[in-house]
Design a protein around this ligand. Structure first.
Ligand SMILES: Cc1cc2nc3c(=O)[nH]c(=O)nc-3n(C[C@H](O)[C@H](O)[C@H](O)COP(=O)(O)OP(=O)(O)OC[C@H]3O[C@@H](n4cnc5c(N)ncnc54)[C@H](O)[C@@H]3O)c2cc1C
Length: 364
Protein backbone atom coordinates (compact mmCIF):
# COMPACT_ATOMS: atom_id res chain seq x y z
CA UNK A 1 0.00 0.00 0.00
CA UNK A 2 1.30 3.46 -0.83
CA UNK A 3 1.82 6.09 1.82
CA UNK A 4 -0.84 8.31 0.26
CA UNK A 5 -3.67 6.12 1.47
CA UNK A 6 -2.47 6.26 5.07
CA UNK A 7 -2.11 9.99 5.20
CA UNK A 8 -4.69 12.04 7.04
CA UNK A 9 -4.66 15.72 6.33
CA UNK A 10 -3.47 17.89 9.23
CA UNK A 11 -7.04 19.21 9.54
CA UNK A 12 -8.47 15.69 9.94
CA UNK A 13 -5.84 14.79 12.48
CA UNK A 14 -6.55 17.92 14.51
CA UNK A 15 -10.30 17.31 14.51
CA UNK A 16 -9.73 13.85 15.92
CA UNK A 17 -7.38 15.07 18.63
CA UNK A 18 -4.39 13.15 17.36
CA UNK A 19 -1.01 13.96 15.88
CA UNK A 20 0.50 12.71 12.67
CA UNK A 21 3.71 10.78 13.29
CA UNK A 22 5.87 9.19 10.64
CA UNK A 23 7.00 5.58 10.87
CA UNK A 24 10.80 5.68 10.93
CA UNK A 25 11.56 1.95 10.96
CA UNK A 26 9.57 -1.30 10.76
CA UNK A 27 11.10 -4.35 12.49
CA UNK A 28 9.75 -7.86 11.93
CA UNK A 29 10.18 -9.39 15.39
CA UNK A 30 8.55 -12.80 14.86
CA UNK A 31 6.28 -14.36 12.23
CA UNK A 32 3.28 -12.59 13.75
CA UNK A 33 4.64 -9.50 15.51
CA UNK A 34 6.32 -6.39 14.25
CA UNK A 35 7.58 -3.20 15.80
CA UNK A 36 7.01 0.30 14.50
CA UNK A 37 9.56 2.91 15.52
CA UNK A 38 8.06 6.38 15.31
CA UNK A 39 9.71 9.64 14.46
CA UNK A 40 8.63 12.42 16.84
CA UNK A 41 9.37 15.92 15.51
CA UNK A 42 11.09 18.33 17.91
CA UNK A 43 7.94 20.41 18.46
CA UNK A 44 6.13 17.31 19.78
CA UNK A 45 8.90 15.99 22.06
CA UNK A 46 7.27 17.34 25.19
CA UNK A 47 3.79 16.10 24.18
CA UNK A 48 5.17 12.60 23.51
CA UNK A 49 7.34 12.31 26.62
CA UNK A 50 6.38 9.01 28.28
CA UNK A 51 6.90 6.82 31.29
CA UNK A 52 8.06 3.21 30.98
CA UNK A 53 4.95 1.05 30.58
CA UNK A 54 2.71 3.67 28.97
CA UNK A 55 0.95 3.24 25.61
CA UNK A 56 0.11 5.20 22.47
CA UNK A 57 -3.34 5.14 20.88
CA UNK A 58 -3.63 4.90 17.11
CA UNK A 59 -6.64 5.89 15.05
CA UNK A 60 -6.64 3.71 12.00
CA UNK A 61 -8.96 3.86 8.98
CA UNK A 62 -9.71 0.20 8.38
CA UNK A 63 -12.74 -1.81 7.30
CA UNK A 64 -14.62 1.42 6.52
CA UNK A 65 -14.30 2.71 10.09
CA UNK A 66 -11.89 4.77 12.11
CA UNK A 67 -10.81 2.32 14.82
CA UNK A 68 -8.83 3.29 17.90
CA UNK A 69 -6.29 0.85 19.32
CA UNK A 70 -3.72 1.16 22.09
CA UNK A 71 -0.20 -0.20 21.72
CA UNK A 72 2.24 -0.11 24.63
CA UNK A 73 5.70 1.19 24.06
CA UNK A 74 8.31 -1.54 24.11
CA UNK A 75 10.97 1.15 24.06
CA UNK A 76 12.28 2.80 27.22
CA UNK A 77 12.49 6.57 27.60
CA UNK A 78 15.75 5.98 29.48
CA UNK A 79 17.43 3.85 26.83
CA UNK A 80 15.86 4.45 23.41
CA UNK A 81 15.93 7.60 21.31
CA UNK A 82 12.58 6.99 19.60
CA UNK A 83 9.33 5.44 20.80
CA UNK A 84 8.63 1.94 19.53
CA UNK A 85 5.41 -0.06 19.68
CA UNK A 86 5.16 -3.78 18.99
CA UNK A 87 1.97 -5.17 17.50
CA UNK A 88 1.14 -8.87 17.55
CA UNK A 89 -1.45 -10.21 15.13
CA UNK A 90 -4.76 -11.28 16.66
CA UNK A 91 -6.67 -13.86 14.63
CA UNK A 92 -9.47 -12.03 12.83
CA UNK A 93 -8.26 -8.77 14.39
CA UNK A 94 -8.68 -5.75 12.14
CA UNK A 95 -6.04 -3.27 13.29
CA UNK A 96 -3.31 -5.69 14.40
CA UNK A 97 -3.34 -7.39 10.99
CA UNK A 98 -3.49 -4.07 9.18
CA UNK A 99 -0.47 -2.87 11.19
CA UNK A 100 1.43 -6.06 10.38
CA UNK A 101 0.54 -6.21 6.69
CA UNK A 102 0.19 -2.67 5.49
CA UNK A 103 2.38 -0.23 7.37
CA UNK A 104 5.76 0.67 5.91
CA UNK A 105 8.61 2.96 6.90
CA UNK A 106 7.75 6.47 5.75
CA UNK A 107 3.99 6.09 6.33
CA UNK A 108 2.15 8.56 8.52
CA UNK A 109 -0.09 7.39 11.35
CA UNK A 110 -2.51 9.27 13.56
CA UNK A 111 -1.41 8.90 17.17
CA UNK A 112 -2.69 10.19 20.50
CA UNK A 113 -0.10 11.16 23.13
CA UNK A 114 1.21 8.65 25.70
CA UNK A 115 -1.21 7.61 28.43
CA UNK A 116 -1.79 4.91 31.01
CA UNK A 117 -0.72 4.24 34.55
CA UNK A 118 0.70 0.73 34.27
CA UNK A 119 4.09 2.26 34.64
CA UNK A 120 7.16 2.96 36.69
CA UNK A 121 6.72 6.36 38.23
CA UNK A 122 9.58 8.68 39.08
CA UNK A 123 8.92 7.60 42.66
CA UNK A 124 10.29 4.16 41.77
CA UNK A 125 13.73 5.59 42.29
CA UNK A 126 12.82 6.36 45.86
CA UNK A 127 10.57 3.31 46.30
CA UNK A 128 13.36 1.68 48.26
CA UNK A 129 14.94 -1.43 46.95
CA UNK A 130 11.79 -3.51 46.49
CA UNK A 131 12.39 -6.18 43.90
CA UNK A 132 10.55 -5.92 40.62
CA UNK A 133 8.81 -9.08 39.47
CA UNK A 134 7.47 -8.83 35.93
CA UNK A 135 5.07 -11.26 34.28
CA UNK A 136 4.65 -10.96 30.50
CA UNK A 137 2.58 -13.26 28.30
CA UNK A 138 2.84 -13.05 24.48
CA UNK A 139 2.40 -9.44 23.31
CA UNK A 140 2.04 -8.48 27.00
CA UNK A 141 5.83 -8.34 27.05
CA UNK A 142 5.79 -4.84 25.52
CA UNK A 143 5.10 -2.60 28.55
CA UNK A 144 6.97 -5.02 30.79
CA UNK A 145 10.06 -4.82 28.57
CA UNK A 146 9.98 -1.02 28.74
CA UNK A 147 9.76 -1.17 32.53
CA UNK A 148 12.56 -3.74 32.68
CA UNK A 149 14.95 -1.67 30.58
CA UNK A 150 14.27 1.52 32.52
CA UNK A 151 14.62 -0.16 35.89
CA UNK A 152 17.92 -1.73 34.83
CA UNK A 153 19.21 1.61 33.59
CA UNK A 154 18.04 3.79 36.47
CA UNK A 155 18.04 1.62 39.60
CA UNK A 156 19.75 -1.21 41.45
CA UNK A 157 16.48 -3.08 41.96
CA UNK A 158 16.60 -6.82 41.57
CA UNK A 159 14.42 -7.79 38.58
CA UNK A 160 12.85 -11.11 37.69
CA UNK A 161 10.98 -11.52 34.41
CA UNK A 162 8.69 -14.49 33.91
CA UNK A 163 7.81 -14.57 30.22
CA UNK A 164 5.19 -16.98 28.84
CA UNK A 165 4.85 -17.84 25.16
CA UNK A 166 3.29 -20.44 22.92
CA UNK A 167 6.65 -21.75 21.69
CA UNK A 168 10.21 -20.56 21.15
CA UNK A 169 9.51 -19.07 17.72
CA UNK A 170 6.94 -16.68 19.19
CA UNK A 171 9.24 -15.15 21.83
CA UNK A 172 9.49 -11.43 21.03
CA UNK A 173 12.77 -9.66 22.03
CA UNK A 174 14.47 -13.01 22.68
CA UNK A 175 17.97 -11.84 21.73
CA UNK A 176 17.72 -8.50 23.51
CA UNK A 177 16.59 -10.25 26.68
CA UNK A 178 19.41 -12.75 26.46
CA UNK A 179 21.94 -9.94 26.11
CA UNK A 180 20.47 -7.95 28.99
CA UNK A 181 20.49 -10.99 31.29
CA UNK A 182 24.08 -11.73 30.33
CA UNK A 183 25.19 -8.15 30.92
CA UNK A 184 23.38 -7.87 34.28
CA UNK A 185 23.67 -11.30 35.93
CA UNK A 186 23.37 -9.93 39.48
CA UNK A 187 20.34 -7.79 38.78
CA UNK A 188 18.24 -9.54 36.14
CA UNK A 189 16.83 -13.04 35.94
CA UNK A 190 14.72 -14.12 32.95
CA UNK A 191 12.57 -17.24 33.11
CA UNK A 192 10.88 -18.43 29.92
CA UNK A 193 7.73 -20.50 30.19
CA UNK A 194 6.74 -22.16 26.91
CA UNK A 195 3.29 -23.68 26.49
CA UNK A 196 4.76 -26.18 24.02
CA UNK A 197 7.11 -27.51 26.72
CA UNK A 198 5.51 -26.71 30.08
CA UNK A 199 1.82 -26.13 29.37
CA UNK A 200 0.13 -23.06 30.87
CA UNK A 201 1.55 -21.47 34.00
CA UNK A 202 -0.18 -22.70 37.16
CA UNK A 203 -0.72 -20.98 40.51
CA UNK A 204 1.66 -23.46 42.16
CA UNK A 205 4.39 -22.51 39.65
CA UNK A 206 3.77 -18.82 40.29
CA UNK A 207 4.25 -19.38 44.02
CA UNK A 208 7.47 -21.22 43.30
CA UNK A 209 8.75 -18.54 40.89
CA UNK A 210 8.19 -15.63 43.28
CA UNK A 211 9.78 -17.37 46.24
CA UNK A 212 12.38 -15.04 47.76
CA UNK A 213 10.66 -11.95 46.32
CA UNK A 214 8.01 -11.30 48.99
CA UNK A 215 7.01 -7.62 49.15
CA UNK A 216 8.17 -6.96 45.60
CA UNK A 217 6.38 -4.70 43.12
CA UNK A 218 4.60 -6.85 40.54
CA UNK A 219 3.67 -5.95 36.96
CA UNK A 220 1.47 -8.38 35.00
CA UNK A 221 0.44 -8.15 31.35
CA UNK A 222 -0.73 -10.93 29.05
CA UNK A 223 -3.76 -13.00 28.10
CA UNK A 224 -6.69 -12.81 30.55
CA UNK A 225 -6.37 -16.31 32.06
CA UNK A 226 -2.58 -15.87 32.48
CA UNK A 227 -3.07 -12.61 34.37
CA UNK A 228 -5.86 -14.05 36.50
CA UNK A 229 -3.67 -17.02 37.51
CA UNK A 230 -0.74 -14.79 38.43
CA UNK A 231 -2.75 -12.14 40.24
CA UNK A 232 -4.78 -14.74 42.14
CA UNK A 233 -1.62 -16.56 43.25
CA UNK A 234 0.02 -13.32 44.43
CA UNK A 235 -3.05 -12.22 46.37
CA UNK A 236 -3.31 -15.67 47.95
CA UNK A 237 0.31 -15.29 49.09
CA UNK A 238 -0.72 -12.08 50.85
CA UNK A 239 0.99 -9.63 48.49
CA UNK A 240 -0.47 -6.12 48.79
CA UNK A 241 -2.97 -5.25 46.00
CA UNK A 242 -1.44 -1.77 45.75
CA UNK A 243 1.87 -3.28 44.59
CA UNK A 244 0.28 -5.56 41.99
CA UNK A 245 -0.13 -3.73 38.66
CA UNK A 246 -2.19 -5.29 35.88
CA UNK A 247 -2.64 -4.14 32.26
CA UNK A 248 -5.46 -5.66 30.20
CA UNK A 249 -5.10 -5.62 26.41
CA UNK A 250 -8.62 -5.02 25.10
CA UNK A 251 -10.01 -3.30 22.02
CA UNK A 252 -12.48 -0.45 22.58
CA UNK A 253 -15.90 -0.80 20.94
CA UNK A 254 -16.35 0.36 17.35
CA UNK A 255 -17.31 4.04 16.83
CA UNK A 256 -20.99 3.31 16.09
CA UNK A 257 -21.28 1.27 19.27
CA UNK A 258 -19.54 4.04 21.25
CA UNK A 259 -22.03 6.60 19.95
CA UNK A 260 -24.95 4.41 21.03
CA UNK A 261 -23.39 3.93 24.50
CA UNK A 262 -22.80 7.68 24.81
CA UNK A 263 -26.45 8.45 23.91
CA UNK A 264 -27.64 5.92 26.47
CA UNK A 265 -25.41 7.30 29.24
CA UNK A 266 -26.52 10.87 28.43
CA UNK A 267 -30.19 9.88 28.53
CA UNK A 268 -29.69 8.08 31.86
CA UNK A 269 -28.55 11.31 33.56
CA UNK A 270 -30.67 13.82 31.60
CA UNK A 271 -32.92 14.36 34.63
CA UNK A 272 -30.06 15.06 37.07
CA UNK A 273 -29.40 18.70 37.79
CA UNK A 274 -26.01 19.71 39.09
CA UNK A 275 -26.24 23.26 40.45
CA UNK A 276 -22.57 23.66 41.29
CA UNK A 277 -19.73 21.74 39.73
CA UNK A 278 -16.49 22.66 41.44
CA UNK A 279 -13.29 21.65 39.69
CA UNK A 280 -9.94 21.84 41.40
CA UNK A 281 -7.19 22.12 38.83
CA UNK A 282 -3.54 23.08 39.40
CA UNK A 283 -4.39 24.12 42.97
CA UNK A 284 -7.20 26.50 41.88
CA UNK A 285 -10.93 26.02 42.40
CA UNK A 286 -13.35 26.76 39.56
CA UNK A 287 -17.13 26.76 39.93
CA UNK A 288 -18.62 25.95 36.54
CA UNK A 289 -22.01 25.22 34.98
CA UNK A 290 -23.04 21.72 34.02
CA UNK A 291 -25.83 21.03 31.51
CA UNK A 292 -27.93 17.93 32.28
CA UNK A 293 -26.44 14.90 30.52
CA UNK A 294 -23.05 16.55 29.90
CA UNK A 295 -19.91 14.82 31.09
CA UNK A 296 -17.48 16.54 33.45
CA UNK A 297 -15.07 16.92 30.54
CA UNK A 298 -17.71 18.52 28.31
CA UNK A 299 -18.60 20.95 31.12
CA UNK A 300 -14.94 21.82 31.72
CA UNK A 301 -14.37 22.45 28.02
CA UNK A 302 -17.52 24.59 27.77
CA UNK A 303 -16.19 26.66 30.68
CA UNK A 304 -12.80 27.05 29.00
CA UNK A 305 -10.95 24.90 31.55
CA UNK A 306 -7.99 23.10 30.04
CA UNK A 307 -8.21 19.83 31.96
CA UNK A 308 -6.08 16.85 30.90
CA UNK A 309 -7.74 14.48 28.42
CA UNK A 310 -6.83 12.31 25.46
CA UNK A 311 -8.93 9.44 24.03
CA UNK A 312 -12.27 10.73 25.41
CA UNK A 313 -13.53 7.14 25.18
CA UNK A 314 -12.78 5.86 28.68
CA UNK A 315 -9.71 3.77 28.01
CA UNK A 316 -6.60 5.94 28.33
CA UNK A 317 -6.96 7.34 31.84
CA UNK A 318 -5.51 10.76 30.94
CA UNK A 319 -8.55 12.57 32.46
CA UNK A 320 -8.53 10.69 35.79
CA UNK A 321 -9.81 12.86 38.62
CA UNK A 322 -11.08 12.27 42.14
CA UNK A 323 -14.62 12.91 43.34
CA UNK A 324 -14.27 14.82 46.62
CA UNK A 325 -17.95 15.61 47.16
CA UNK A 326 -21.28 14.56 45.61
CA UNK A 327 -22.16 11.80 43.18
CA UNK A 328 -21.27 11.05 39.58
CA UNK A 329 -22.17 8.27 37.19
CA UNK A 330 -19.36 6.66 35.26
CA UNK A 331 -20.22 5.23 31.84
CA UNK A 332 -17.37 3.40 30.07
CA UNK A 333 -14.30 2.42 32.06
CA UNK A 334 -11.51 0.23 30.71
CA UNK A 335 -8.83 1.66 32.93
CA UNK A 336 -9.72 2.22 36.59
CA UNK A 337 -9.33 -0.74 38.95
CA UNK A 338 -11.90 -1.67 41.58
CA UNK A 339 -9.56 -0.20 44.19
CA UNK A 340 -9.23 3.11 42.35
CA UNK A 341 -13.01 3.32 41.95
CA UNK A 342 -13.41 2.66 45.68
CA UNK A 343 -10.93 5.48 46.38
CA UNK A 344 -13.16 7.90 44.43
CA UNK A 345 -11.27 8.07 41.15
CA UNK A 346 -13.31 8.63 38.01
CA UNK A 347 -12.80 9.59 34.35
CA UNK A 348 -13.87 13.11 33.41
CA UNK A 349 -14.74 12.03 29.85
CA UNK A 350 -17.16 9.34 31.04
CA UNK A 351 -18.44 10.81 34.28
CA UNK A 352 -21.71 12.73 34.66
CA UNK A 353 -22.76 14.58 37.85
CA UNK A 354 -25.88 13.15 39.47
CA UNK A 355 -26.13 15.29 42.63
CA UNK A 356 -26.80 18.99 43.15
CA UNK A 357 -23.22 19.70 44.22
CA UNK A 358 -20.17 17.92 42.92
CA UNK A 359 -16.54 18.69 43.67
CA UNK A 360 -13.71 17.06 41.73
CA UNK A 361 -9.97 17.33 41.93
CA UNK A 362 -7.50 16.71 39.11
CA UNK A 363 -4.12 15.41 40.30
CA UNK A 364 -1.13 17.78 40.01
C1 LIG B 1 -3.51 -0.32 27.21
C2 LIG B 1 -3.38 -1.33 26.08
C3 LIG B 1 -2.14 -1.61 25.55
C4 LIG B 1 -2.01 -2.55 24.51
N1 LIG B 1 -0.76 -2.81 24.04
C5 LIG B 1 -0.60 -3.74 23.06
C6 LIG B 1 0.70 -4.06 22.57
O1 LIG B 1 1.71 -3.51 23.00
N2 LIG B 1 0.81 -4.99 21.58
C7 LIG B 1 -0.29 -5.63 21.06
O2 LIG B 1 -0.14 -6.45 20.15
N3 LIG B 1 -1.54 -5.34 21.53
C8 LIG B 1 -1.72 -4.41 22.49
N4 LIG B 1 -2.99 -4.11 22.94
C9 LIG B 1 -4.16 -4.74 22.30
C10 LIG B 1 -4.57 -3.93 21.05
O3 LIG B 1 -4.96 -2.63 21.40
C11 LIG B 1 -5.75 -4.56 20.30
O4 LIG B 1 -6.78 -4.85 21.20
C12 LIG B 1 -5.32 -5.80 19.54
O5 LIG B 1 -4.28 -5.51 18.63
C13 LIG B 1 -6.51 -6.39 18.76
O6 LIG B 1 -7.03 -5.38 17.91
P1 LIG B 1 -7.57 -5.74 16.46
O7 LIG B 1 -8.17 -4.52 15.88
O8 LIG B 1 -6.54 -6.43 15.66
O9 LIG B 1 -8.69 -6.80 16.79
P2 LIG B 1 -10.27 -6.54 16.78
O10 LIG B 1 -10.74 -6.20 15.43
O11 LIG B 1 -10.58 -5.62 17.91
O12 LIG B 1 -10.74 -7.99 17.10
C14 LIG B 1 -10.53 -8.54 18.38
C15 LIG B 1 -11.26 -9.87 18.38
O13 LIG B 1 -12.63 -9.64 18.04
C16 LIG B 1 -12.94 -10.28 16.81
N5 LIG B 1 -13.59 -9.31 15.85
C17 LIG B 1 -13.25 -9.06 14.59
N6 LIG B 1 -14.09 -8.19 14.00
C18 LIG B 1 -14.95 -7.83 14.94
C19 LIG B 1 -16.05 -6.94 14.94
N7 LIG B 1 -16.49 -6.30 13.86
N8 LIG B 1 -16.69 -6.76 16.11
C20 LIG B 1 -16.30 -7.43 17.20
N9 LIG B 1 -15.28 -8.30 17.25
C21 LIG B 1 -14.62 -8.51 16.13
C22 LIG B 1 -11.64 -10.74 16.22
O14 LIG B 1 -11.82 -11.99 15.55
C23 LIG B 1 -10.73 -10.86 17.39
O15 LIG B 1 -10.80 -12.13 17.97
C24 LIG B 1 -3.14 -3.18 23.98
C25 LIG B 1 -4.42 -2.87 24.50
C26 LIG B 1 -4.53 -1.96 25.54
C27 LIG B 1 -5.89 -1.61 26.08
Amino acid sequence: MGTQQLNLTPAEATTLGGYRLQVAVVIDETADARSLVLHVPAELHERFRYKPGQFLSFRVPVAGKLLTRCYSMASSPDCDALPKVTVKRVEGGRVSNWMNQRVQAGDWLEVLPPAGHFCLNESHLTAGDHDLVLFGGGSGITPVFSILKSALRTSQRRIKLIYANRDEASVIFKDELRQLAKANPEQLEVVHVLDSLHGYLTAAEVRQLVRGHAGAEFFICGPGPFMDTVEGALLALGEAPARIHVERFVSPPDPDELLAQEAEARAATADSTCEVLTVELDGQQHEIACQPGDTVLQSCKAAGLDVPSSCEEGFCGACMCKVQEGDTQLARNDVLSAQELAEGWTLACQSRPTSARVRLQFPD
